[in-house]
Design a protein around this ligand. Structure first.
Ligand SMILES: Nc1ncnc2c1ncn2[C@@H]1O[C@H](COP(=O)(O)OP(=O)(O)O)[C@@H](O)[C@H]1O
Ligand SMILES: [Mg+2]
Length: 455
């Protein structure tokens, strides 16, 4: 227990009134969105420990001047050896030290992890509960969320990480290998403050991995590998990390299951869409409708849907397959088209509404990844997709049972089941159960993108 011989706050320093008492596990500026600069985090930690600058200097063997320069921002980042001395003096664990060291390195990377402009998190209660329970119960240490572009994989991973950070005081480490520049092997630029070694873990050698292992150690941590591809060859990396860090869990998000163990897959379907006979009063309880309404209100605060408009909203949701990203784009288009106009246009041209208006947005080529997914299918799977995109095998429009497709294609039910399984895992089919029979339908976006790809 250090003797407190001098005031811990030097003359002229202001004390933050709300220094959290919850101590280091979740100190307020410890790395959440909008984390404070290094100097402020250091100062907060020191104050929480009840140490003066002089006392910290003494126990860390740094000079008072060095600590003052760090705290007031004259020196923005300490050297690695100084950081180690500070961490020892403050009794920080490795993840805590990393939080102190890297502005946004651990915890969420403001502006990269969280998609800009996202609104409230809607629906997905069951998915969120399932994933947090799976990780919490220790039975699952590696889970792979798989689904098509824009279905909400990154957002769900973000919410899982947040929930575990809030309820279980875990540390979340966010590693988006899904980065064009990383992919193309050019200079690694990205999240400000994110150390290169963290991004390199997936792509470079044992050194970066060793540092990650040291960082995580025996702590409860969730590593999110967001946007993985088969060529990242994550199986070895994840196995190594899980073996080396006994309380680590890993959440991967991907559009392609290649390379990930089958028993880790968590297929993510689009949000539910309202059946055509839904009562107008019940429409906004359907997640896709709620999302489109929330996004439209965000963009046009005066927007108040009457029952007619609600019916258009429902049509748009169905046409856009309940895909969150596509619904967000539709909300943007609602600035220049009425929802009625959008509902009409979408019936014939869903992709024009599913992509964002140009307005400076970086990615006008919506659902290009769906072309790639379709292009990577076997020719039998593509035939099957084409068959299923047209008509249906029975009373439900657009929906097919496995035997129905098998009949039509002249395949055995087993062959057909394999292909449908694959398409479902990729997220390009939607399943509904009708009179206790599983029925499948190709997402509209996929039919259209598939036709474009074939053209
Ligand atoms: N359940 C949800 N509630 C609200 N917004 C969502 C939901 N799921 C996804 N979104 C939003 O939709 C967009 C696309 O989601 P994202 O997670 O980036 O998709 P993916 O990673 O599967 O390509 C993002 O802006 C995201 O915030
Ligand atoms: Mg994503």
């Amino acid at each position: 227990m250090p003797l407190r011989r001098e005031p811990i706050v030097a003359a002229g320093e202001s004390i933050r009134q709300n220094v959290p008492t919850g101590f280091l596990q979740n100190w307020a500026d410890g790395g959440g969105i909008g984390a404070a600069p290094f100097g402020r985090r250091l100062r907060n930690l020191r104050l929480q420990m009840g140490l003066s600058q002089k006392q910290l200097a003494r126990s860390s063997t740094l000079s008072v001047r060095a600590i003052r320069d760090l705290e007031n921002g004259r020196v923005r980042q300490p050297r690695a050896d100084s950081l180690r001395l500070l961490a020892d003096a403050l009794g920080l664990s490795a993840p805590q030290m990393n939080r102190l060291a890297n502005d946004h390195a651990l915890g969420f990377l403001a502006g990269t992890a969280e998609p800009a402009g996202s609104g409230p998190f809607i629906g997905r209660e069951q998915e969120l509960a399932a994933l947090t329970t799976m990780f919490g119960a220790e039975h699952h240490r590696l889970v792979t969320i798989i689904g098509i572009e824009g279905v909400g994989k990154t957002r769900l991973a973000l919410e899982v990480a947040r929930a575990l950070e809030a309820a279980e005081h875990w540390t979340a480490l966010w590693l988006p290998p899904d980065d064009g520049q990383l992919r193309s092997g050019r200079a690694l630029v990205g999240a400000p403050g994110q150390p290169t070694w963290l991004r390199e873990v997936v792509h470079s050698g044992p050194d970066s991995r060793r540092r990650l292992v040291e960082t995580i150690g025996g702590s409860n941590a969730l590593l999110v590998l967001d946007g993985a591809r088969p060529e990242d060859e994550l199986v070895d990396i994840t196995a190594h990390l899980l073996a080396a860090c006994p309380r680590l869990r890993i959440l991967v998000t991907t559009r392609n299951p290649g390379g990930m163990p089958l028993d880790t897959l968590f297929p993510l379907a689009p949000l539910p869409v309202p059946p055509s006979d839904t009562e107008p009063a019940d429409l906004d309880k359907v997640a896709s409708v709620a999302l489109l309404l929330a996004q439209t209100k965000r963009i046009q605060p005066a927007f108040r849907p009457d029952p007619h408009v609600l019916a258009d909203v429902a049509r748009i949701c169905r046409a856009l397959d309940g895909l969150p990203a596509a619904l967000e784009s539709a909300a943007h288009w609602s600035l220049i088209y009425s929802l009625r106009e959008l509902a009409h246009q979408i019936a014939t041209e869903p992709l024009t509404v599913a992509r964002r208006p140009h307005g400076g947005h970086r990615q006008p080529d919506a659902y290009a990844s769906v072309h790639d997914t379709v292009a990577a299918l076997s020719s039998r799977q593509r035939d099957l997709l084409a068959t299923m995109s047209h008509g249906s095998s029975g009373e439900m429009d657009g929906y097919w049972s496995v035997p129905g497709v098998a009949d039509k294609m002249g395949l055995t039910a087993a062959e057909c089941a394999d292909d449908i399984y694959h398409l479902l895992i990729l997220g390009i089919l939607r399943r509904v159960d009708h009179h206790d029979v599983a029925m499948f339908r190709v997402l509209n976006i996929v039919s259209v993108a598939g036709q474009n790809a074939a053209a």
